[in-house]
Design a protein. Structure first.
Length: 300
């Protein structure tokens, strides 16, 4: 018996987004749900946690699961943990979006294909289609990639320009099971504000400090207090060496100040109220190679 106003044939499902680092997974999820819950950056390997973005329409609820970029270049405890997360995310999904970049297919893309489970529908999403001048060239490229796996559908998109995202959403809906919604109609993420705050600081850090900073640097929120509308947030950026600490702080603290200002503005937009943000930089060496250390920082 249906006791709520949910239509009988409502669809609800989990959608995993996978692809090698930097193909645009976070950008795609943010554009699909229309809010910034996953961080994006020009630097590869910025997404470390599983992030859920939720979109609810009249007839369907899409629950997106973002996965860390599959890492093959470096091998340490952190990367092994990341790859395990990818595999676990995939087998429990109803639909998988496998992302590649238009015109590019390399060994790292193949390695992600090798992780795809055979019994979950996989949509081949060819992202960054805006970069391809000769659209006719996309066809043979798509056919070539399609020969490598039995995809349920193929959709070229531009996550950045929102090109073909409706078409993609319709394809996704076809493969979602009939289920009542899991989340409320206004929820966009099941992540806490504290978690989102740390992701925002990390995004600014990678954007502003750039390639010199190793991806093992991390952000912790030491205190998160709310007083009426005001949120007071105390964050720590953990780096591995003193030289990295000075890089983050910058000349007379200019860089850290910029990270802090930009992060605060994003938080105020996302939380819908004023934010007081304080960020400290601390050095802690070797944590990325230590499994126990990883657990302590919440990477299971
Ligand atoms: N031209 C173009 N650039 C895009 C598009 N989608 C994403 N990008 C850019 O590609 C870069 C990487 O995007 P992300 O969304 O961070 O990629 P990701 O796959 O989540 O990366 P990891 O977190 O490293 O796994 C950013 O600079 C984006 O702006 C697109 O459709 N067109």
């Amino acid at each position: 018996m249906n006791t709520t106003s949910t239509p009988d044939n409502f669809r609800c499902g989990y959608i995993a987004i996978v692809g090698r680092p930097n193909v645009g997974k976070s950008t795609l999820m943010n554009q699909l749900i229309g809010a910034k819950v996953s961080i994006t950056s020009r630097k590869a390997q910025t997404t470390r946690h599983r992030i859920t973005g939720i979109q609810t329409l009249d007839d369907a609820q899409f629950i997106y699961v973002d996965t860390p970029g599959f890492q093959t270049r470096h091998s340490n405890a952190l990367n092994n943990t990341l790859n395990k997360t990818v595999t676990n995310t995939l087998v429990s999904a109803d639909v998988i979006l496998y992302l590649i970049e238009a015109g590019t297919f390399g060994p790292a893309d193949q390695q992600v294909i090798d992780l795809l489970p055979p019994d979950v529908p996989v949509i081949l999403v060819i992202n960054k289609a805006d970069r391809v001048k000769d659209k006719a060239a996309l066809m043979p490229f798509a056919q070539n990639v399609a020969s490598k796996f039995s995809f349920a559908a193929i959709v070229p998109v531009s996550a950045k320009l929102r090109f073909q995202l409706d078409a993609l959403q319709n394809e996704i809906k076809r493969f979602m099971p009939e289920n009542p919604p899991v989340f409320g109609p206004d929820d966009i993420t099941d992540r806490s504000e504290k978690f989102l705050a740390s992701e925002i600081v990390r995004e600014k850090l990678f954007r502003l400090v750039g390639d010199e900073l190793p991806y093992t640097s991390t952000v912790m929120i030491e205190k998160f207090e709310q007083e009426g509308d005001l949120r007071r947030i105390f964050a720590v950026i953990l780096v591995e060496r003193d030289t990295q600490k000075s890089m983050v702080i910058g000349n007379k603290g200019a860089r850290l100040k910029e990270v802090s200002t930009q992060a605060r503005l994003d938080m105020e937009k996302l939380f819908g109220g004023p934010v007081y943000l304080e960020i400290w930089v601390k050095v802690r060496s070797g944590w990325a190679d230590n499994e126990a250390g990883l657990r302590a920082y919440g990477y299971e």
